[in-house]
Structures are given as structure tokens and as C-alpha cells.
Design a protein around this ligand. Structure first.
Ligand code: GDP
Ligand code: MG
Length: 445
């Protein structure tokens, strides 16, 4: 995996949170220190590390935990969000907006331009585009051959001229043919360092081609030095995005990634190996998610997004206390329960009910059941939904038929409704509450 060490360090840190008894300032400080250490080891700029960890700490100490999350989950979410923000937040990608869409690669020797052309050819071919490559690296004698070797196995038309030493002439010679393609990938020459000569050459090529995207190819193993490169190239050659290559083979990838983040150069792709498929669109969310353990993070974010708000839950709680309860309420109650886990928070939020041990089965509900019930409720009239007691005989048949379900499902739903209503009735009024508390205490003994 890319940034394996950083990933495993961060995962260790997060598991410390999970194992801790409670979230307090001491834990937050420890967490921040761990994250700092992990990022510094991945070559991230010291100043950036400091800003990031300050952000995490401030949010962790000041922000209120959203109702649906535990304090620990909230802390993990903060770490995730700050890392994502740090890496550029949204996926930037390269969208093919016109035909031919010209993408020019620029970068120093050995950064991975030619390899990236092969990778992107395959990437866009797979997405249904007609792709061609054109070789304008006239500096390295073997460059045209290398481009051919990259393109031939994946059957990408490759336009080169092994004898011509003027990149402009080569391009002009093929311009008409190239215009028939959807995507044209332009390979250019590098140098071993950024020089005036290279800048001048690239400027000329740029003016002639007028590329729709100019991608700076940077090798991750230069770490934080990527910043200077990104800045210099940005100033002089109209760079619209960055491809960071060799993310697979270095511990310094964090340096290169974050360096681009500070210069504001959007990282659009990352190279993660030598093979033609080893390229990924760079998506900060996915990237961080994977580093921290995708499954866990995803379900956590899902939970935060979907869970019913505390306010909603309280409203339903009030309704229950008043004894108003119909099928629609049952449904939203069940839905809320299924999102919050079997015991649900609604009951906890009704004053005095937090301590009650209600029968789990009464509250637990499966997704499947909810779906069926929704169908059934969709074929009921408003009157039936508000006053389910009138549902019997021919109404049962009509509703079940309308929902395409056996009548037994509907009877199940009505049974659940009656049971819940009975519970609600018991809750109603102080006397009822006392009675029920007593009842549960006795049965609990
Ligand atoms: P150019 O001079 O910029 O055209 O660079 P090349 O495309 O010739 O690549 C230089 C070397 O880096 C080659 O040996 C490639 O196989 C290697 N390379 C390129 N991209 C990656 C990558 O993402 N991962 C790894 N491990 N090697 C890469
Ligand atoms: Mg090359």
C-alpha cells in the first residue's frame, strides 16, 4: 500500500482512541503527538504538521459531539476530516471536455512522464475515449523508442519521428491526424534540473499545442523538494495539475503530497507502480480513508450523516409521552431505532426512561422488515395510517394486494403497532410511568 508506514502508524493511533476508556484532554494530547510523529516520519513539512495538529486539537476540545456519534467516533472523524482537508479536500481529476483534448506532460528526467502516458492512455481508453500519444522528447536518443514500447502493447497509436530534432516540427507534421482523436497525450523532454533552456522549450511547445491540461510529473521520492519544483513549474509553464509518481516505493510520499497541497497545485493522479495499470485518480477522501482503514471510516461517516438528529428524536419522544401514536410514528420510530442500534436513543431521551431496560426485541428491527412495512404503508389511505385500528377484513386484503405482499406481513405490522401502542399508553402520564417502572423493576429482578 502507498504510505504503508504512515497508514499503519495512524491506524495504531486511532486504535488507541478506540481502546481508551474516555476522551479527555490527555488522550487528545497524546493523539496529536502520535499524529505529529507519524506525519514527520512521512516527510511532511514541520510547519504543516503543526498547523494540522493544532486544528485537530482545537476542534477536539471545542466542538460539540454530534448526537449520533460517540465522543471517540467524533474524534476519529475530526482526524479524518483534517487529513482530507490537508490533502486538498475534493478530487480534482481531469475531465475530457472537448475533442481532441490535449494533455501535455512536463517534468524533469526520470520523473515518470513517458510511463504516465502509457498509464493515462489505458485509463482513458478504458473509459471509451480514442487516445493517441505524440513524442516530443527530442533530447534523449532512446525516447521515441521508449514511447513506442509503452504504446504498442496497449495498442495506442504513437506518433514519433526518430530523426527530427525540433519538437515543433514533429507536432506540426502530425497535428491533422491527431485532431481525429478524443485524447492526445503529449510527451515532452525533461532535464536533470529545471533550467531556462527547458522552460523556453516548453513555452514554445505550449504555444504551438495549446494543451487543455498541462500536468507536471513529479517523483514522490524527492519528498518536500516537490514544493520548489511545483512552484517553479507553476510560474513558468502553465501547469494545471500534478501527477505524483512512484508513490509505491518511498517513505517520503507524504512530503511530496503535502508540498503540492501548500503550493495549491492540485494533485490529479498518483502513480503507484511501474505497470500500465498502476495509476489512480487522486481523491483525498479515498486516500485518507484507505490509510486509516476505509471500512471503519466509511461506516462512521455514514452514521453521522444518516442518523436521525437529536431534535427529531426528542420530538418523537414528546409525541410518545402525549400518547399520540399512529402507524407513521411507528415507522419513523423503527427507522430511527434501526439507525441508532437496537436499543435506540429515543427511549433514553424521554425523561426518566434512560435507566429503563426495555425488552430488546420490541425495539430491534431489521432493514428488511422496514422495507416491507414501507410498501404496506404506501398502499394505505391517510385515514388508515392515522387510525390503524380501522384496518380489518377487506381492508387487510386490499392493502396486502396493493403492496404485493401476503396478508400475514400486514398482520405482523399491525401486531407490532398494537404492542407499541400499548407501551405508549403505559408511558402516558405520571401514574402510568410509575406503573411501568415498577413492572420493569419487578421483571428485572
Ligand atoms: P521520464 O523521463 O519522465 O519520461 O520518466 P520515465 O517514464 O522514463 O520513468 C522513469 C523510471 O521510473 C522508469 O524506470 C519507470 O518504470 C519508473 N516509474 C515511473 N512511474 C513509476 C511509479 O509510479 N512507480 C514506480 N515504482 N516506478 C515508476
Ligand atoms: Mg520520457
Amino acid at each position: 500500500m502507498v504510505l504503508e508506514k504512515l497508514g499503519s502508524n495512524l491506524k495504531d493511533t486511532l486504535s488507541k482512541i478506540t481502546k481508551a476508556l474516555f476522551v479527555d484532554e490527555k488522550l487528545i494530547n497524546e493523539l496529536v503527538k502520535d499524529i505529529q510523529k507519524a506525519l514527520l516520519q512521512a516527510d511532511v513539512n514541520v510547519k504543516l504538521v503543526f498547523t494540522l495538529s493544532e486544528n485537530i486539537k482545537n476542534r477536539a476540545l471545542k466542538e460539540q459531539t454530534p448526537g449520533a456519534l460517540s465522543k471517540k467516533e467524533h474524534l476519529i472523524k475530526i482526524v479524518y476530516e483534517e487529513l482530507v482537508k490537508f490533502l486538498g479536500e475534493e478530487k480534482k481529476g481531469v475531465e475530457i471536455k472537448k475533442k481532441p483534448f490535449k494533455i501535455m506532460m512536463v517534468g524533469l528526467y526520470g520523473s515518470g512522464k513517458t510511463t504516465a502516458i502509457g498509464k493515462l492512455s489505458k485509463y482513458y481508453t478504458k473509459r471509451g475515449y480514442k487516445v493517441a500519444a505524440v513524442g516530443l522528447d527530442v533530447w534523449r536518443p532512446a525516447a521515441p523508442d521508449q514511447l513506442e514500447q509503452v504504446c504498442n502493447p496497449i495498442k495506442i497509436p504513437c506518433f514519433i519521428d526518430k530523426k527530427e530534432k525540433d519538437p515543433l516540427k514533429i507536432y506540426k507534421k502530425y497535428a491533422k491526424e491527431l485532431s481525429k482523436f478524443d485524447v492526445v497525450l503529449v510527451d515532452t523532454a525533461g532535464r536533470d534540473r529545471l533550467s531556462d533552456e527547458l522552460i523556453k522549450e516548453l513555452e514554445k511547445v505550449y504555444k504551438l499545442i495549446e494543451p487543455d491540461e498541462t500536468l507536471l510529473v513529479i517523483s514522490a521520492d524527492i519528498g518536500q523538494a516537490a514544493q520548489a519544483q511545483a512552484e517553479q513549474f507553476h510560474k513558468s509553464s502553465h501547469v494545471t495539475g500534478v501527477i505524483i509518481t512512484k508513490m509505491d516505493g518511498t517513505a517520503k510520499a507524504g512530503g511530496a503530497l503535502s508540498a503540492c497541497a501548500i503550493t495549491g497545485a492540485p494533485v490529479k493522479f498518483i502513480g503507484v507502480g511501474e505497470k500500465v495499470d498502476d495509476i489512480e485518480e487522486f481523491d483525498p477522501k479515498r486516500f485518507v480513508g484507505r490509510m486509516l482503514g476505509m471500512g471503519d471510516i466509511e461506516s462512521l461517516l455514514e452514521k453521522a450523516k444518516e442518523a436521525i438528529s437529536e431534535e427529531e428524536a426528542k420530538d418523537l419522544g414528546k409525541k410518545l409521552l402525549k400518547g399520540e401514536f399512529n402507524l407513521v410514528d411507528l415507522y419513523s420510530q423503527m427507522e430511527a431505532m434501526s439507525k441508532m442500534g437496537p436499543l435506540g436513543k429515543i427511549v433514553e431521551m424521554i425523561p426518566g426512561f434512560g435507566q429503563l431496560k426495555l425488552p430488546k426485541e420490541a425495539l430491534a428491527v431489521q432493514e428488511e422488515k422496514l422495507k416491507k412495512w414501507k410498501h404496506l404503508m404506501n398502499s394505505m389511505t391517510k385515514e388508515e395510517l392515522e387510525n390503524p385500528d380501522i384496518i380489518s377484513g377487506s381492508r387487510i386484503e386490499r392493502i396486502a394486494k396493493g403492496a404485493g405482499m401476503p396478508a400475514s406481513e400486514l398482520r405482523d405490522l399491525l401486531k407490532q403497532y398494537k404492542m407499541s401502542k400499548k407501551m405508549v399508553k403505559m408511558m402516558k402520564g405520571q401514574k402510568g410511568m410509575e406503573k411501568m417502572m415498577k413492572k420493569f423493576k419487578i421483571s428485572g429482578l
